[in-house]
Design a protein around this ligand. Structure first.
Ligand code: APR
Length: 230
C-alpha cells in the first residue's frame, strides 16, 4: 500500500521558535514597519528603496535562522506519509529541515524578479538594490506576494488539498485569503489537525482536532497521534 497523502498548511507560527517574527502578534507592525509601506504595490511605488531595504534585512534574518523541531518533525513524517507542505512563509526553513515537497504560496525571500515580467525570476542570496535590473531592463523586486496582489500558486495548491487524506495546519492565524480558504477544499470526513500556540477560530471546520501548543512540542504530539493513522 502507498503512503497516505498528508497535506500541511504552515504559517509564520512554525518559524517563530526559529526567531522569525510572526505578522499579527505585534499590532499591525512587522519588525517595526507599517505593512502598507513595505508589503504592498503602493508602498513599492512610493518608496522602493525602503521596500528593498526591508526585504534585504528579512533575507539576513532568514539566513541566520535555523529550522526548529517543528520543521524537522514535519520532514520526518515523510518516512510514513506522502507529505506535501503548503507554506505561506517566505523563509526556506522547511527546505533546510529536509522536506521534499514544498509549495510557497506567498513567494520566497531567496528569489527576485522583474517588476514588469513576473516570469523573470532569479535566485538571490545577497541584497537587491535600486538600479539592479532584470534582463528586460526593469527594476528587480523581491519574489514575494504583497498584500493586494494575486496569489497565483493557489491554483496549484487547491488540487493538492482536494486529494489530502489527512490535513494539518501549523502556526497560521487563518485570516489571510485565499490561503485561509484552502481548508475548505479538504474533504470533510478526513482527519484534520491544527497546531497553534493560540488556536484561531476554527468552528466552521469539520473533524478538526486542536493541539494548542507551540509548534515544536505541538508537532511532536501530532506525530504521536498520526501513528494511529498510518
Ligand atoms: N508556535 C505555534 N504557533 C505560533 C507560535 C509558536 N511558537 N507563535 C505564534 N504562533 C501562531 C499565532 O498564534 C498565530 O495563529 O502563529 C500564527 C501566526 O499568525 P500570523 O502572524 O497572522 O501569520 P500567518 O498566518 O502566516 O500570516 C499569513 O499574512 O502577512 C501576510 O503574507 C503574509 O504569509 C503571511 C500571511
Amino acid at each position: 500500500m502507498g503512503k497516505k497523502k498528508l497535506v500541511v498548511l504552515t504559517g509564520a507560527g512554525i518559524s517563530a521558535e526559529s526567531g522569525l517574527k510572526t505578522f499579527r502578534d505585534s499590532d499591525g507592525l512587522w519588525e517595526g514597519f507599517d505593512v502598507t509601506e513595505v508589503a504592498t504595490p503602493r508602498g513599492w511605488k512610493k518608496n522602493p528603496a525602503l521596500v528593498l531595504d526591508f526585504y534585504n534585512l528579512r533575507r539576513v534574518n532568514v539566513k541566520e535562522a535555523e529550522p526548529n523541531a517543528a520543521h524537522f518533525g514535519l520532514a520526518a513524517l515523510e518516512a510514513d506519509f506522502d507529505v506535501h507542505i503548503i507554506t505561506q512563509n517566505i523563509d526556506d526553513l522547511h527546505e533546510r529541515a529536509g522536506s521534499t515537497k514544498i509549495l510557497h504560496l506567498h513567494g520566497e525571500i531567496f528569489k527576485m524578479r522583474s517588476e514588469k515580467d513576473e516570469s523573470l525570476v532569479y535566485e538571490i542570496t545577497g541584497d537587491i538594490n535600486l538600479g539592479d535590473k532584470a534582463e528586460d531592463g526593469a527594476q528587480l523586486r523581491p519574489h514575494i506576494v504583497w498584500f493586494e496582489e494575486p496569489v497565483p500558486m493557489i491554483e496549484a495548491a487547491i488540487p493538492i488539498v482536494q486529494q489530502a487524506e489527512i490535513f494539518v495546519v501549523v502556526g497560521t492565524s487563518l485570516v489571510v485569503y485565499p490561503a485561509a480558504g484552502l481548508l475548505h477544499f479538504a474533504a470533510p470526513y478526513i482527519p484534520k489537525f491544527i497546531v497553534d500556540k493560540k488556536i484561531p477560530d476554527t468552528s466552521s471546520y469539520y473533524n478538526l482536532k486542536a493541539i494548542e501548543k507551540p509548534a515544536s512540542t505541538g508537532v511532536a504530539e501530532l506525530t504521536d497521534l498520526l501513528k494511529e493513522l498510518k
